[in-house]
Design a protein around this ligand. Structure first.
Ligand SMILES: O=C(O)CCC(=O)C(=O)O
Length: 254
């Protein structure tokens, strides 16, 4: 009855997310952070810029002030050795198996697989969305792991999630052209009022379902916020051939 694994599974099934405190210690995080910072200045690609995302508050083009602020360092698995180890680690595999990804969870190299770099000054807000909106798999049942490399709070743009929203089937009209929730609709306002912030300390991990609605604010602190994000699928839940989801082979987790 009080089995912590069972409790975690139940929480994840009903809420669509689970926070595991202290999955990695502060030493791991500061070393991983140092590796990331070495590639931030000077910036090494591949990267995505604030100007590319088109989110509210983002500079309109790369040539505008702040337009070249990096937003995501891509291909994290290939280029950061500590994060590569974490992404396929045995304890991560065990957690993912418990969250319903079957005996052999697989790491997708095509989605997330990045370090989110939310800079003060030019960071934009991310509106309410489900990650699966542009992902193409047999089933929309993927799980992302978000590791805080430093503390995350409302001030520096922590994620907010709507518990249980991964179970909703919303009419298409409640979403805009880009599949973000339309904030002006009364029924969406009611839904958004249920949101909770996910505040994390360095080393805490958030697991969340690919259908969970989530959003995040701008970074209003004076330090860059760094979070490593990886996405997983079950071995029998395959990417649809010739889509972006199938662009690289997935990696088995230990
Ligand atoms: O940190 C943020 O702004 C949220 C990023 C996010 O939700 C995403 O990339 O899917």
């Amino acid at each position: 009855m009080n089995d912590p694994v069972r409790i975690s599974q139940n929480t994840f099934e009903s809420d669509g997310f689970l926070v595991v405190r202290g999955l990695r210690n502060r030493t791991f995080c500061s070393r991983a952070r140092a590796e990331v910072c070495e590639q931030l200045e000077p910036l090494l690609g591949p990267a995505e810029f604030e100007a590319d995302v088109g989110y509210p508050g983002a500079p309109k083009g790369r040539a505008e002030e702040g337009g070249m602020t990096p937003r995501r360092l891509l291909s994290a698995y290939a280029r950061f050795s500590r994060l590569r180890g974490l992404a396929v680690a045995e304890d991560v595999g065990e957690l993912l198996r418990g969250l319903g990804l079957g005996e052999q969870p697989m790491l997708s190299q095509g989605h997330h697989n990045c370090v989110m770099t939310k800079h003060p000054g030019y960071s934009s807000a991310t509106l309410w969305h489900q990650d699966v909106r542009y992902w193409r798999f047999d089933r929309p049942e993927l799980v992302s792991m978000w590791l805080a490399l430093g503390d995350e709070n409302v001030k520096n743009g922590a994620l907010r999630v709507i518990p249980g929203s991964h179970l909703l089937s919303l009419d298409r009209g409640r979403l805009d052209a880009e599949l973000f929730l339309r904030p002006e609709l009364e029924e969406n306002k009611v839904l958004i009022r249920e949101a909770v912030p996910v505040e994390l300390a360095a080393g805490d991990v958030l697991f969340f379902h690919s259908r969970l609605f989530h959003a995040a604010g701008k970074n209003r602190s004076s330090d860059v916020k760094l979070s490593a994000v990886f996405t997983y699928h079950a071995a029998d839940n395959l990417p649809i051939p010739e889509t972006r989801s199938a662009i690289y082979p997935s990696i088995p987790v230990r």
